[in-house]
Design a protein around this ligand. Structure first.
Ligand code: MG
Length: 409
């Protein structure tokens, strides 16, 4: 593992379902993705962040996978299961980073989808520039007049807002001291990590944050988040209502050839006596799938993009073709929703390899495995597949594309 200087721990283990919805708020839909998707995106796209780890509750693997759809995975350090309180979740997250031992760790709430890139940089800068500083916390000055309601209907009193700030996240720390602080405090009711740091007498400071770094707590917050996205990224915000669902199909056949490895769905079938004949690795399933995706975006077929006459594709892994089609969907601002693929052959048996194939296609397309279906059939001994002369594959791809897809590219 390369040296990671700054890692973000995103705390998304809360199971608060305050919307009357079935989903914890970090998994609620926001502009065609989830709240957590936007949160993770902000950090994986930040040039000073080297790694991102998620603390999640048990049983939400599918929601997490869906939240990561369409995001680059290079910086993703995986997930860890949290605990019964936020404080326990953060401690477990910090402990899970011990073998990486980053210099700095930023701790951020999963339900804050718009952390400011400038604030993140300012927190990192404050820690790198001030050797005596242990922590730096995003915060907003309080501008409203504050009142405290007195008990027993005795009225209320005005509280001075002088010197009052609202603590936000991210909160950044040197890794070793904040890990030690979390492991030594005996109370379990600290509501943020600066409070834990203070209890361990660490030196922290506030960094003025942007007011757009809202925490999603109510359905109204989601509407505010939606309109914020509409003002900054119209294509993303249009997704739930605008745009269109597009369908494409693909079909391909390759003949068996002895002396070659057999690739299906980007997976080398172990012990296969024959492979398939073709200019590339002849992965018939990925060819059908690539054609289905190109079909859905109206961009011709695989032969136009990767001509067999071009020597650079000789023996090329067909995953290259599929990834190129996926990137084209991303460039258009679209998302792959689901894939249905049928492999038609007498041999090999697909069943034993189906899970591995599904996993590989999900990886290549950056879609959750739930969105990938792989089926297999024989043709009852009839036709060329029945005579075991080759393998055929059919695929259907369903995509979402924004209304203006292609206009700006
Ligand atoms: Mg082909």
């Amino acid at each position: 593992m390369p040296d990671l200087r700054t890692v973000v721990l995103i705390v998304a283990a809360g199971q608060g379902k305050r919307f009357g919805s079935d989903l914890p708020k970090q998994y609620c839909p926001l502009a065609g993705a989830t709240v957590l998707h936007h949160t993770v995106r902000a950090f994986v796209e930040h040039p000073e962040i080297d790694g991102v780890k998620l603390v999640i509750a048990e049983g939400y693997d599918e929601e997490v996978e869906a939240s990561l759809t369409g995001l680059p995975r290079e910086k993703f350090l995986g997930t860890i299961t949290g605990g019964e309180t936020r404080q326990v979740s953060v401690r477990r997250g910090l402990e899970s980073l011990s073998s990486l031992a980053p210099e700095l760790v930023l701790i951020h709430d999963g339900a804050r989808p718009f952390p400011s890139s400038e604030t993140t940089s300012a927190i990192i800068g404050a820690l790198l520039d001030n050797i005596e500083l242990d922590g730096a916390c995003a915060a907003l000055p309080v501008h409203d007049t504050l009142r405290r309601v007195l008990p027993d209907q005795r009225g209320m009193e005005t509280v001075s807002r002088e010197g009052l700030w609202r603590a936000q996240t991210p909160q950044g720390f040197r890794y070793r001291p904040i890990l030690a602080a979390h492991q030594m405090v005996s109370r379990t009711d600290y509501t943020d990590d600066v409070a834990v740091a203070e209890a361990a007498r660490l030196k922290t400071r506030l960094i003025e944050d942007k007011p757009t770094n809202i925490k999603i707590t109510t359905p109204e917050d989601l509407k505010i988040a939606q309109s914020f996205l509409a003002s900054t990224s119209p294509a993303a915000a249009a997704q739930p209502t605008g745009g269109a669902t597009r369908v494409g199909m693909g079909y391909d056949v390759h003949r068996f050839e002895a002396g070659r490895p057999l690739f299906l769905c980007g997976f080398e079938v172990p012990g296969a006596p024959r492979g398939l004949k073709g200019h590339s690795d002849a992965d018939v399933a990925l060819h059908a799938l690539t054609d289905a995706i190109l079909g859905a975006i109206g961009e011709g077929d695989i032969g136009q993009h990767f001509p067999p006459s071009d020597d650079q594709w000789k023996d090329a892994p067909s995953s290259l073709f599929l990834e190129a089609a996926r990137k084209r969907v991303t460039e258009l601002g679209g998302r792959i929703l689901n894939i249905d693929l049928t492999i038609i052959c007498e041999t090999p048996k697909i069943g034993p390899h189906r899970d591995a194939m599904r996993k590989r296609v999900a990886e290549l397309l950056e879609v959750s495995e739930g969105g990938i279906n792989i089926k297999a059939t024989t043709t009852e001994g009839l036709g060329f597949t029945g005579r075991e002369e080759g393998i055929a594959a059919q695929a259907v791809a369903t995509l979402w594309l924004p209304d203006d897809a292609g206009e700006s590219t």
